[in-house]
Design a protein around this ligand. Structure first.
Ligand code: SF4
Length: 268
């Protein structure tokens, strides 16, 4: 098990995978003929996404991830908020050593960072961290303290959306743990689509999973989970924007509680 630093601006990688397909750097991929910034490449990925969605809707999560791993190899990754590691567990079983991207916003609970450390120590994946260009202290100095209270959209853009976008420049496809039952904004989530903002293929292998499906999988497979899930936090994000939820409340009601905001902008 080793830890490596990736010098691309905001990225720090933690890895326990000594070998395997190397993730091409964003710079290297941009230099390839027909790289991800070319219209031809975007058209190819769009067509692939359409066809794959038709074929993979209704299939189990393992099949969806296997298609991505076979199609993209080292330029496929999964993202994780370190809430539960169901998606990463399935990905590791299908594609050992797969990259798991974690957005380190600088505002995480100690339990979330502890879960990340446990993943690094115990799972056959490579955890890669995407970080904002500014620390929280630097952001406070330039934009004022508690931007999350005054302008959460901008805060999420700077600390989540932009870092993920920079990270995805090194990939062709990524999978998220988004599920349709989580909110009305996620109800129509396709299992495979083209992410036009990041010009990559985006997968949602757990799209059709219920809350019970997740609970059952965690129990049956002994999957790592954030301990806050047992302490009244069914949806875990940054400390300033995550509250406890009481029994019977919507599971995402603890995110940006009291505001109209219900998404951070990663899953538009
Ligand atoms: S969830 Fe809150 S603290 Fe985290 S990036 Fe968004 S606004 Fe900022």
């Amino acid at each position: 098990m080793t830890a490596v630093a990736v010098s691309e601006p905001p990225l720090v990688g933690l890895t326990r995978r000594p070998t395997g397909a190397a993730r091409p750097t964003a710079t290297a991929r941009r230099q390839l003929p027909g790289g991800p910034e070319s219209g031809a490449d975007a058209d190819r990925l769009k067509a692939m996404a359409r066809s794959a969605n038709d074929q993979l809707e209704g299939r189990i999560a393992h099949d969806i991830i296997r298609w991505a791993a076979d199609s993209f190899g080292g330029t496929f990754c999964v993202t994780s908020s370190m809430q539960d590691l169901v998606l990463a567990d399935i990905a590791a079983s299908v594609a050992p050593g797969v990259d798991v991207v974690f957005l380190d916003t600088g505002y995480h609970f100690a339990e979330t960072l502890g879960t990340r450390n446990a993943v690094v120590a115990t799972m056959d994946v490579r955890v890669v961290e995407a970080r904002p260009t500014q620390t929280v202290a630097e952001q406070d100095a330039t934009l004022g303290a508690r931007l999350h209270d005054r302008n959460p959209e901008l805060c999420c853009q700077l600390r989540k959306v932009a870092p993920l976008s920079r990270m995805l420049a090194g990939y062709d496809a990524y999978a998220t743990g988004v599920r349709r039952v989580e909110s009305s904004t996620r109800a129509l989530t396709p299992v495979v689509r083209f992410d036009a903002a990041n010009r990559v293929i985006k997968l949602a292998p757990l799209a059709s999973w219920t809350d019970d499906d997740v609970t059952d999988y965690v129990r049956e497979h002994g999957v790592l989970s954030n301990p806050l899930l047992e302490e009244g936090y069914p949806s875990i994000g940054c400390i300033p924007c995550t509250s406890r939820v009481t029994d019977g409340e919507d599971v995402r009601s603890g995110r940006w509680a009291g505001r109209s905001k219900i998404e951070c902008g990663l899953h538009r």
